[in-house]
Design a protein around this ligand. Sequence first.
Ligand SMILES: *Cc1c(COP(=O)(O)O)cnc(C)c1O
Length: 396
Amino acid sequence: MCKLALFGGQPVRERLLPYSRQSIDQSDEGQVLSVLRSAWLTTGPKIGAFEDQFAERTGVRHAVALSSGTAALHACLHSLGLGSGDEVILPSISFAATANAVLYQRAKPVFAEVSQETLLIDTTDVENKLTEKTKAVIAVDYAGQPCSYEALRAIADNKHLALIADACHSLGATYQDRPVGTLADCSCFSFHPVKLITTGEGGMVTTNDTALADRIRSFRNHGFSKDHLERARENTWYYEMTDLGHNYRITDLQCALGLSQLPRMLAFIERRRGIARLYDLALEEITAVKPLGKEPERTHAYHLYVVRLELDQLNADRDLVLKALRAEGVGANVHYMPIYLHPYYMEHSGGRPGLCPRSEKVFESLLSLPIFPGMRDHDVDDVVEALKKVVRAFAR
Ligand SMILES: *Cc1c(COP(=O)(O)O)cnc(C)c1O
């Protein structure tokens, strides 16, 4: 048997394969360069052009671009009128920003269990966590698979709650043949380099609610009633501040990159799906490693390829398996620790071990394998070989 690289053996790969990486081509470079040479680096024409393209592709009335996915979440919660005393139900396993946006509004994040098969929010537990103070639910399309929006919509309508989609993983996916971005009252996207398309940093909100879109546009620009471009067009200096907003603007440089990336989004996702199929097939032979479950009536964008370790078949915990994979040159990762176990949440927001026991248990077994459009089939083979080697070495 081969000795693990972790213990001084020969690694499967010499150079670390990252878990994700952006795909940038020459046309991306050209588009950004042309903005650099233009009159508008920010608040210019590329913002609206990117928003219009994004809205058209998503089949939604309004798309509002912001400086990040986090800003998009914050802008939604603010513009929906959430504030202190309000409760917002969200899944316990997500990126911290999903819950942080609730805290920015001085509202209370209420953590729900996730399914141990799919890591999607458990709609039964959403119902369990409803109180008189509940004002909104945030659904996170974990790894790129849309949540059960039919059930969530029914709960939201019944209790007059806002339904927000954190779609930072699921751009390009569908639910009942409807695109992500149209499935909730508002949907939030991120264009961080690891996400499905990138603008460096950046985010987007989609909604069919015109008044909500207007409030978000104002909120990203200090709460002003008019932006720079509108004032230039109307030949006026005058603007008023009607809300306390932020500088959450995205730049024209970023939107030029987004405009250039958008036409390749479906090709990126197709490649991600191809890699996922290769992993699915390979895992049929590795009993200690299971892919996440797939729900019917939806397509997957595969922002992440997440597996669960069958820890009772192994003499190692997840962290040791991850370390061993990294030593083999495979950049495995973990998405995510239950948010309420972060020290800040334990200290300031009522987090404590045992709050969502099922989520905590599945978290112990989670591992994300590398997946990104630029990965080649031989890279996938390396991951599978390293996984087999590590699992064999730690087999109980
Ligand atoms: C990436 C991400 C965010 C935040 O996006 P940024 O653009 O990094 O601010 C929020 N929620 C989830 C689930 C994410 O994956």
